[in-house]
Each structure stands twice: as C-alpha cells, then as structure tokens.
Design a protein around this ligand. Structure first.
Ligand code: NOJ
Ligand code: CA
Length: 712
C-alpha cells in the first residue's frame, strides 16, 4: 500500500512538473518546474517572501541543439547533507556544511541520448545551483555560446555595483537602483589600464542587493573552474538579471567535454546584513582540499618594497632606458637611475625591520630584469623571472634573510604575458626553492597574451588554477593580483592565500583614490568569494610628506587603517607603509604587530554595506580577541556588548581610536590609545570620526594588570 502510494506520489510529481525543496531550517524554499514551453524554471523564497521570481535556466550550444526548451523530467533525487569540516586556515575553526539537495535529470524530445542535470543545494543562508552534463551517447565535445540563467527580481533593488568588465575589477563601487546602472559612465574608468566594459547595463558579481524591506541578496558563483567568469546583464524594465559569460577571442564562452559541470550560481539571502558576511555557502560548495601535507602553508603578515614605488620615491626599473630585450640587453651595462628600490642595501633594511617586529615575509618587487619597458607594449617576452638586476644580490639576501628567520616573498609580474609565464614558471619556482622563497605574488597588468583572451575568460580561469596547482607542487603559497575574482577555491587549494581582484589600497597613491565607503562595501562584494590582499596599514595618510606637492592621500584616518586588519579578512596581510612610517608611530604600530591573521572564531557585531562594519575575531589557539570598527564618510557612535569574551575573565583592552578632532581629510592621523580592564559584561562606546575607525586588542589580564589598570 505504502509502495503504491509512493509510486502514485512520484508519478504525480512528474505530472505536475514541479518540485519543492526546503532548506534545513525551512526558511528558504525552492520551487523547480517546467513552464509551458518546457523550459526549466526556478523560484526562491525566504520566509515565504519571494526573493527570485520564476527564472529561466538553460545553456546554448554552438552547432548543436541547445539545452533550452523541449525538456522532459526523467527523474528527481533529493538528499540531505550535514557535516562539519575544518579549514586549513580561516575566519572560524569549524564550518558546518548543511543543505538539502535536489537533482533534476532532464531529457529533451528533440535530441535523444543525452541528459542535462540541474543540481540545487539549499542551505539556511542561500541557494547554489549548477548545470551538469553527464557522459552520454550523444554529447561529447561541445561549445557553450551562452548561458540562459536568470535572476528575476521582485523590484528595482538598490545595488552596490562595479561595471561588468572582462579584464578588470579595479573600480569604485556605486550604490544605485538597478535601473539606474550605467557602466559606461563615470566610475573613474580612465584610471583602469586595461578595461573591457561590455554593456551599459553590465555589472560584476559578487553583486550586493538590498530590497526596500530590507532583505539582503548577494549573487555570485562558486567553483569557477574550466569556465568563464559570470557577469550580469540588467533588464531594467523587467527587474531581471541574466548571466553574461566572458567570451574568448572567437566569441565563444566555454569549450567543454562531457562529463562536465558548470560553476555553482549562488544566491545568499538574509534579512540581516551581518549574516551575509558570516555566510560560508561559497566555501561549502567548493571541493575539500586533497593535499596530503598542508604543514608548509601558513597565514602571515608581511612587509615589502612596494609602497615606495606606488608613491613614487622609488622605481621598479633599474635604469631609465626604455628599450630593452631579454636576450640581448646586458643589464650590467645599463645606466642606473639611482631610484631602484629593490637593491641589496634597502632589502636588508626591510629584512632587519621584519625580524625586529616579528613579520615573517618581505616582498621585494622590481628585483628582476625587464621593468624598463614592461608596460603598454603588449610584448611577449618581458620578464624571465630568474635574472636579478645587478644591484640585487639574490644569494647574499637569501642567506641574510635565513639568518634572521625571515622569508623573502617572490614577485612575478607577468605583464599579462601568460604564454611567457607558463613557459618559464617551473624554472622560476625551482629558483624559489633553491633560494628559500615559499610564497609568490603574481601580477597580470596589461592586455593578455595569448592576444585576444581576457583576464576573466575560460582560458585564464584555467591558468590561475594551473598556477595554484603548480605552486603547490613546489610547496609555494600564492597571492595573485589582476586575477579573476575568487569563488572559494582556496578551500581546495589552501596554498592560494589571497588575490587582489578589486580596487586595492594602491589606488590611493596615484589616482582619485578609494572613497571613504570603499572598505565598508568590499566585504559584501569582492570578499564574498575569498580573501583579498588589500594592503592596509598606511600611517602617513597624506603623501606630500614624501613628495612635496603630491596631492594624493588615503581617504581614511590612521586608526581605520588599523581596523581594516580585522574587518577585511585575509590570511595574508601586508603592513604596507614605509618602515620609517611605523618607526614614527610605534604605539599605533603595536596593533599591527599584535593582530592575528588566522582565527578560531569571528563575530560580525554590526554591519551595513556602504556604511559601517564592526567585527570581532578570536585568535587561533589563543584567548586573544581583536576588534575592528570602520565607518564611511559619516562619523558614527556605537555601543557594543563584549559578550563574546569568556565570562568571568578579565581582559586587558588596548583601544586605538580616532582623536576627538580626527577627520579623514582635515586631521587623518589624529589618534589616541587607552588601556582598560574589561569583561564580557562591559558595554563599550565607540566613537568613529568621518571615515574613521577603532581597533582593539583584548588579552587575558594577569592579576597584576587587573589590579593596576583602570576598569572601563
Ligand atoms: C599591480 C599590483 O596590484 C601591484 O601590487 C603591483 O605593485 C604592480 N602591479 C606591479 O606589479
Ligand atoms: Ca592591481
């Protein structure tokens, strides 16, 4: 009887062509169905409120019948999954991966012998779905010309967006209604070296949306492998977004061979902004790490010969000639320009500084030949990644660093000549192994070679993953700049510590800069996919200190720069200013020295995209906590409870806050530091200046400290 009933139920489901799935806590509901044209349709609800209206799915193929309509449901399978896993490094010690899954196997009347599977995973904080192409009699090699995925919204939401661009994400964010998006206008596009904006209504993911209610909706992707990045095209009349894949030089999107899967399309939803930042959905959709040994991977803070070139007191190039050739130029005969920063003497100063203040890594940019004409010529052979300039003694510096227990961080600017880098990378990594380097920063400034490819196309996506795998083979940690934006692949490749893939602090040195709200948006957008090498910690805010008349400045206060170490999660954090700047403010520098980069726990205490973020994190294997609070151009006051601390315990809180008259423009470097005894019962008052911040370290207090330091 039961069996009969089940069969009847199953038949009925097929007949009504619709299936419903609930998240484990039932807050989210997904409906899958076929419409009258037999097109696959999904709908998403949060607490009974529609988040995504009926939206189409499908894939268009080149010279083959497309996976678009005429579908029949062959089978549904639903499963539940619940596990807890431990990341190699991260914001929390353990991550729960709990979802309900629905797999829909589809076939089409018009083509026999092939299937399309749609897999939906519904978590308590959102939805992930992907297309799967199982191996079948009638599908082997195929070319995707378009993906029909839609995100059909309920109204004209507010969006934090940057222009959809095949080559760059280094834009300022704009907050506007979706219907008001104009990717071609404004947005300081003239400051972006290589850009390919594809449409007035094109935007990038992670896209952060806020509804009038408000509900917070974040759209992105997970596991971007062997496929181009997904941008979104807005249909302003219909309040609809559709997938726009980055094309190759021939206009095709992806070259696939069955069996294959697309990346997951992700929709994270909450009525609390804080929960968006706590979401682990994208990491959970990624594959576990399969490295046998991860003991060589470690989160770290580093300093580097870097900011001085961006500010302009030093140069990457050794000589000011601008016509060199890798195989013909005798570098020792070039006339030095006297400003080359990566010289042996200066590098030793950085190594000494790192050793003295407990930094593990020292990045050195401009150490290798080729910088004389590295940019703008679309030249294939710019760098060889192994030949140092005549004034950089690789062997001597490696010995020097080793003796001081410091690691030099390698720099491989590829000038986007990926062809050249792939040919030379093994030799370059062997050189690193030989001289004791265990981390590399790569860079892709310029137009891609092979010519016609884009930074975010399928071929480059595969290059970045190839680099992560190859560096892992040599036990090298990776930090890629100008890469495609991350999609959680650091779960699988934990040696891939960070990426840039957004507008970093560097823009403050030579452009109109980053707006005061910038760092309150990044965690809701770019950082949803993974850590960013933002390079915080600039103390000397106004840059005319270094070059008289230089008008650029960082648009934050000094203490906001401190708070960024907590609000912008990354296992790799630079102390980006000149060592001399830190020597001038040793009491404020103490926070950068103390703050951790790997965490047992994270609490987002308060957050609102574009306005403010307050985050507290507990250090890995320790009882220390750190707190960062930042605001946009508005000054703000907050009262926060310290109930995250262990109850019944005294902590010594060192509070770094904006001076009373601090202001990002008028008095950005005004700060004060106070020490107090606090407990989990304490309520703290925070006062943030315009584009200001507060940073706090909490250390368990000794009984002596408890009696000597005043209570808050
Ligand atoms: C751009 C990178 O983002 C920056 O960090 C680096 O210094 C320059 N390229 C030179 O490689
Ligand atoms: Ca960059």
């Amino acid at each position: 009887m039961r069996l009969l009933f089940l069969m009847f139920w199953f038949m009925l489901q097929l007949f009504i062509n619709a299936q419903t799935l609930f998240s484990p806590n039932k807050n989210l509901k997904l409906i899958f169905e076929l419409n009258k044209d037999k097109e696959p349709i999904y709908t998403l609800l949060f607490k009974d409120e529609t988040v995504i209206k009926k939206s189409k799915l499908g894939i268009l193929l080149k010279e083959l019948p497309s996976f678009d309509n005429d579908f029949i449901i062959e089978r549904y399978e639903s499963t539940e999954f619940d596990e807890v896993w431990k990341p190699v490094w991260g914001e929390v010690k353990e991550i729960r991966n709990n979802y309900s899954e629905l797999k829909v196997t589809l076939k089409q009347n018009k083509v026999k012998g092939r299937n399309l599977i749609l897999t939906f995973r519904l978590f308590d904080d959102g939805l992930g779905f992907r297309y799967e192409f199982p191996s079948s009699r009638n599908l082997h090699y195929f070319v995707v010309t378009d993906e029909l995925t839609e995100f059909n919204l309920t109204e004209d939401h507010s969006a934090f967006w940057i222009p959809g661009d095949y080559d760059s994400q280094e834009y300022k964010y704009t907050l506007s209604k979706l219907s008001e998006v104009d990717a071609l206008k404004g947005n300081n596009a003239n400051e972006i070296g290589v850009k390919s904006i594809f449409d007035k209504y094109g935007v990038q993911t992670p896209l952060m949306l806020k509804t009038s209610k408000p509900l917070y909706i974040n759209i992105h992707e997970a596991v971007l492998v062997n496929y181009p990045a997904m941008h979104l095209l807005i249909d302003a009349e219909e309040n609809k977004l559709s997938a726009h894949l980055v094309p190759d030089v021939l206009g095709s999107k992806a070259y696939l061979q069955a069996p294959e899967k697309t990346p997951w399309r992700t929709i994270i939803v909450s009525d609390k902004a804080e929960e968006i930042l706590m979401s682990k959905l994208i990491l959970n959709l990624n594959e576990p790490c399969t490295f046998e040994d991860v003991s060589w991977i470690y989160p770290q803070k580093y300093i580097g010969i870097w900011w001085e070139m961006h500010v302009g007191t030093g140069s990457w190039n050794y000589s000011d000639t601008n016509n060199v050739k890798l195989n013909q130029t005798d570098w020792s005969k070039l006339k030095p320009n006297g400003r080359h920063a990566a010289n042996t003497k200066r590098t030793k100063e950085y190594i000494d500084f790192a050793a003295k203040h407990g930094f593990k890594g020292v990045l050195v940019e401009g150490w290798n030949v080729g910088w004389e004409d590295w940019f703008g010529n679309w030249k294939e052979e710019v760098f060889d990644f192994v030949t140092p300039y005549p004034d950089f003694n690789l062997g001597e510096l490696s010995e020097y660093a080793k003796a001081k227990n410091v690691k030099l961080i390698m720099h491989h600017e590829t000038s986007a000549s990926v062809a050249n880098y792939e040919r030379r990378m093994d030799e370059a990594y062997r050189l690193m192994n030989k001289f004791g380097y265990d981390a590399v920063k790569t860079g892709y400034v310029g137009r891609i070679i092979p010519r016609g490819e884009h930074h975010d196309g399928q071929s480059m996506v595969n290059h970045f993953i190839h680099t992560a795998k190859t560096t892992a083979k040599y036990k090298i940690m990776l930090n890629a700049h100008e890469s495609v934006r991350p999609t959680g692949l650091h779960r699988t490749y934990p040696n891939w510590l960070a990426n840039e893939a957004a507008r970093g602090n560097e823009f403050n040195a030579w452009s109109s800069g980053n707006l005061p709200e910038h760092e309150t948006i990044l965690p809701f957008t770019r950082l949803m996919g993974g850590p960013m090498d933002y390079t915080p910690g600039i103390f000397q805010i106004k840059l005319d200190y270094f070059i008289p008349g230089k008008k650029e400045q960082v648009k934050t206060t000094l203490t906001k720069q401190l708070a960024l170490y907590v609000t912008m999660y990354s296992p790799l954090q630079m102390a980006a200013d000149y060592p001399e700047s830190y020597e001038r403010f040793p009491d404020a520098f103490q926070f950068i020295k103390d703050v951790d980069v790997d965490w047992d726990d994270t609490r987002i205490l308060k957050a609102e995209p574009g306005d403010y973020i307050i985050t507290a994190r507990k250090s890995k294997n320790s009882d220390n906590w750190f707190l960062g609070a930042i605001t946009d151009e508005q000054k703000r006051e907050f009262t926060i409870s310290l109930n995250f601390l262990d109850s019944g315990k005294n902590y010594k809180a060192r509070i770094y806050s904006d001076a009373d008259n601090a202001h990002w423009e008028i008095n950005p470097m005004g700060y004060k530091i106070g020490e107090f005894i606090v407990t989990s019962e304490t309520s703290l008052k925070l006062k943030l200046a315009e584009s200001g911040g507060t940073a706090i370290s909490f250390f368990p207090a000794t009984s002596e400290e408890s009696s000597q330091i005043k209570k808050y």
